[in-house]
Design a binder for this molecule. Sequence first.
Ligand SMILES: *[C@@H]1O[C@H](CO)[C@@H](O)[C@H](O)[C@H]1NC(C)=O
Ligand SMILES: *[C@@H]1O[C@H](CO)[C@@H](O)[C@H](O)[C@H]1NC(C)=O
Ligand SMILES: *[C@@H]1O[C@H](CO)[C@@H](O)[C@H](O)[C@H]1NC(C)=O
Ligand SMILES: *[C@@H]1O[C@H](CO)[C@@H](O)[C@H](O)[C@H]1NC(C)=O
Length: 707
Amino acid sequence: MKSSENVFYLLLVHAAFSLERVRWCTVSNQELSKCKDMSNAFAGAGILPPLECMEGESAANCTQMIKDYLADAVTLDGRWIYQAGKEHGLKPVVGEVYDQDIGTSYYAVAVVRKGSNITINSLKGVRSCHTGINRTAGWNVPVGYLVDSGRLPAMGCDLPKAVSDYFSASCVPGANSASYPTSLCQLCRGDSSGQSKCQGNSQEQYYGYSGAFRCLAEGAGEVAFVKHSTVPENTDGRSLSTWAQQLRSKDFQLLCRNGSTADVTEWRTCHLARVPARAVVVRPDTDGTAVFQLLNQGQQRFNGVGTQFQMFDSTAYGAHNLMFRDSTTELVAVTSQNYQAWLGDEYLHAMQALNCDPNTLPESLNWCVVSTEEIWKCGEMGTAFRNKGLKPEIQCISAKTKEECMEMIQKKEIDVVALGGADIYIAGKTYGLVPAAGVGFSAEDNNNAYYAVALVKRNPSDAFTINDLKGKKSCHTGLGRTAGWNIPIGMLIKKGFINPRDCNIPQAACLRLSRIITHQRSVNCVLEITAETTNAVQVAKNSITATVEPSGKNTESWARDLKSSDFQLLCRNGARAEVTQFARCHLAQVPAQAIMVHPDTNVFALYGLLDKAQDYFGNDSNRNGFKMFDSSAFQGKDLIFKDSAVKIVPVEEKRTYTEWLGSEYVESLEGMQTPQCSGAGNKLIQQHLLVITFVPFVVLGQIQGLG
Ligand SMILES: *[C@@H]1O[C@H](CO)[C@@H](O)[C@H](O)[C@H]1NC(C)=O
Ligand SMILES: *[C@@H]1O[C@H](CO)[C@@H](O)[C@H](O)[C@H]1NC(C)=O
Ligand SMILES: *[C@@H]1O[C@H](CO)[C@@H](O)[C@H](O)[C@H]1NC(C)=O
Ligand SMILES: *[C@@H]1O[C@H](CO)[C@@H](O)[C@H](O)[C@H]1NC(C)=O
């Protein structure tokens, strides 16, 4: 007892005194001079622990030195905070504050002329103005945001090439070396005599915040990527420059992330990203509070009038922003001590996308396939992609089952597998995989999914709801099928209408239809039951083609005379709705196929590859032999991709398997996984037969003659 108390006491003492000194990493000689002065000033004021100054030469070098215990602290900007956090686990512990009003660095915005019809969704093909290559508001945030949101596909992670393909022409000062596409300098103007075109400094008249705005204001470009204060600072007579004197702020507007536009004063809600302030970062095992206390004592003594050394001033060293930004008014403790939280979602996601780096991409991606026919198709795909110079290359690896694929990806032995609904759930939940791209069904289908609905005959005298199904007869597309079985039964179990204890009750009449794997039979079943109970099946001209898989339309004789108005849908909330209202009255949206990968795999590189590939081998292009969404040449069906697929789509904000699947669908899957019921599906729900059919309801684009 006594000795363990001693150990505890010693640990406390160790923690309290573990910060014997703080070795500050400097990135330039001027910064080293300022650091030494700060060290002397702190020592003179009796501030402890002592501050030492190390030569690190660069931010990259400093983060490495801190990780290797050769230094302890450095101030970094957002981009480097991201790198240091992700690569070395360093954490931000003290943040800079510049302006009480904004509380952060600034907001990166996209500005257009008022009256232009440009939105964030129609930037492709417009002319763009940027502050400079690799600059935060002019390049890193907009490019990162456009890649992250799936608008800007980047094959091989070649971002300059992707940007050049995306905008029709640009001015990106500094992108003037031979390694950059020439269109990135096309709109630049050079100096007053036309020299120094596209230089990464103020000789280029379109360089920097005001330069990029001038590029827009003079009509060279149609959109400018700048910061929130750029328009106010250069309009309404606030700028003395001749080009800006006549400009009025109300002639410009901002592009919001959600596709709307807003007044230039609305940057707080309408921006591309909030750019985080710079912060001091340390190792995870360094006491961040102690570092803050050290700097806090310093700022109380050396910020403001009366002292020779000034923490937030660099003029004495002939430079700007040494150790801290000169505009810093105060340093604050970072309470979360977590780099993701400090950066914020908007900026973090932009940086993750910008991290798409050709140098860190693998030569090839190993794609998992599970049948001889799939190996065959995958091999052809790899060859076809390679012949078009697409990167990274595809290698095909075969496994016995999809689940074996998932396991190999989890172990990083292979990279990619294409999966459907329930498999996506297993891949995410059991193996930690994430979606990298989706496989969409039709151009009209914005959600890239179809709906599972509960269909009933319209009967004014018996308008039962989803909550009154007990004792009714039911029809299903097939046992174990997604829309016909898993979703409705899972939902009923989850809602408590089917008790898992009922699982081993023998099956009854209509349920036998569940073995017949066609949607048509399923609708027939509704008709038969209805005939029994109401003596009349109204069949008229229009057909319900909605009950077929996304690939086809129903022209079979049994369906030709059906009228959709004879049917209604049961909604989850207990309402009924017309069959045309499936988008808001459904059991669940059945998610599209997804290309699943390990979370460490660069999803933007994979999407960039597949997006480019479909230009050559998608449905709109059949001149190139291989077809991504067709398995007939390989004597198979739905090989790798569904044959009904029409395009590869970005995952956008659906970054995890649950976001991809949606909560309704996940709920149904969880219902089906109730222990007593799993494996006992065919014994389920004798007492719960319904006059109802559970079918996939494809979206409007595929429905003919409804209504
Ligand atoms: C820091 O950079 C210099 C070159 O600039 C290099 O020689 C040195 O090895 C680097 N140090 C670390 C720790 O990375
Ligand atoms: C915007 O307007 C131009 C003509 O002023 C037109 O060519 C273009 O298609 C429009 N774009 C959109 C997205 O409506
Ligand atoms: C911009 O950043 C990229 C990636 O870090 C780098 O390869 C490139 O050299 C930089 N360009 C300039 C002009 O500094
Ligand atoms: C889009 O975002 C802006 C700014 O946040 C907001 O004012 C507007 O209501 C939003 N519009 C839609 C359709 O969500």
